[in-house]
Design a protein around this ligand. Structure first.
Ligand code: IDP
Ligand code: MG
Length: 241
């Protein structure tokens, strides 16, 4: 039920963003997903003049018999979509850092712009020089590797641009934007593929999964440094058809 509710919220947001709602699908798929529920809800709110009255009527006469009394909550959900915290809460976040080599080479704007242009949202950013102990915490899972000490020396050798980016699938796709660990094997078009040559100077770090993302964000940022806000572009970046 919460899945349906979630997708109804998304559909409602998309419909609010567009000036003309799409025509509804066949009545047989009524209530098959949250999108149709959201369409009917908006008809109820008088926002959608193109929805046939019979369609909305069908929804109402069937709602309680199918155990969909929760649908009454959707107008409230549509209203809540205006609340930036509600929206921010449903989005994935990842930790991205430009290492000292990337900062020194003047690649900050190039790298930030690749995440921005993709459609991800920057929710935290700061320039820091981490201590070696901090670098060792960050790379704790590599402590058995022969390059561990040199890697931590390097990360703590100068300014690092620490960031948190937010968006649907940002953890996995962020890694795609970054490219393979060894730049000699990274695809052209990726950050490391285009801008780096050797593994010891691969200019950028990105969390490799949901757990590491959570841990790394908590290591580098205090909760109050993470800024939840609604970007005006979101209604053009996200939507359902
Ligand atoms: P990742 O940065 O792509 O997640 P990891 O395997 O987590 O790659 O390694 C962390 C960092 O350690 C790499 O980004 C790279 O800077 C460094 N590193 C990885 N493998 C080697 C190596 O074989 N020699 C030297 N440094 C390495
Ligand atoms: Mg890693």
């Amino acid at each position: 039920m919460s899945k349906l509710f979630h997708s109804a919220c998304k559909a409602a947001r998309s419909l609010i963003a567009s000036s003309s709602a799409p025509a509804p699908r066949a009545a047989s798929s009524l209530l098959a997903d949250g999108r149709n529920a959201a369409l009917a809800t908006l008809a109820n709110l008088g926002r959608n003049s193109t929805l046939p009255a019979a369609y909305a009527h069908h929804l109402h006469t069937n709602a309680s018999s199918h155990g969909y009394a929760w649908i009454a909550a959707i107008p409230a959900a549509a209203y809540m979509l205006q609340d930036q915290d509600v929206h921010a809460a449903e989005m994935e976040r990842t930790f991205i850092a430009i290492k000292p080599d990337g900062v020194q080479r003047g690649l900050i704007s190039e790298i930030v712009s690749r995440f921005e242009r993709k459609g991800y949202k920057l929710v935290a950013i700061k320039l820091v020089v981490p201590s070696k102990q901090f670098a060792e915490k960050h790379y704790h899972d590599l402590k058995e590797r022969p390059f561990f000490s040199g890697l931590c020396d390097f990360l703590s050798s100068g300014p690092v641009l620490a960031m948190v980016w937010e968006g649907e699938g940002v953890i996995k796709y962020g890694r795609k934007l970054i490219g393979a660990t060894d730049p000699s094997k990274s695809e052209p078009g990726t950050i490391r593929g285009d801008l780096a040559v050797v593994v010891g100077r691969n200019i950028i770090h990105g969390s490799d999964g949901p757990e590491t993302a959570k841990d790394e964000i908590a290591l580098w940022f205090q909760p109050k440094e993470l800024v939840s806000y609604t970007s005006n572009e979101e209604k053009w970046i996200y939507g359902v058809n």
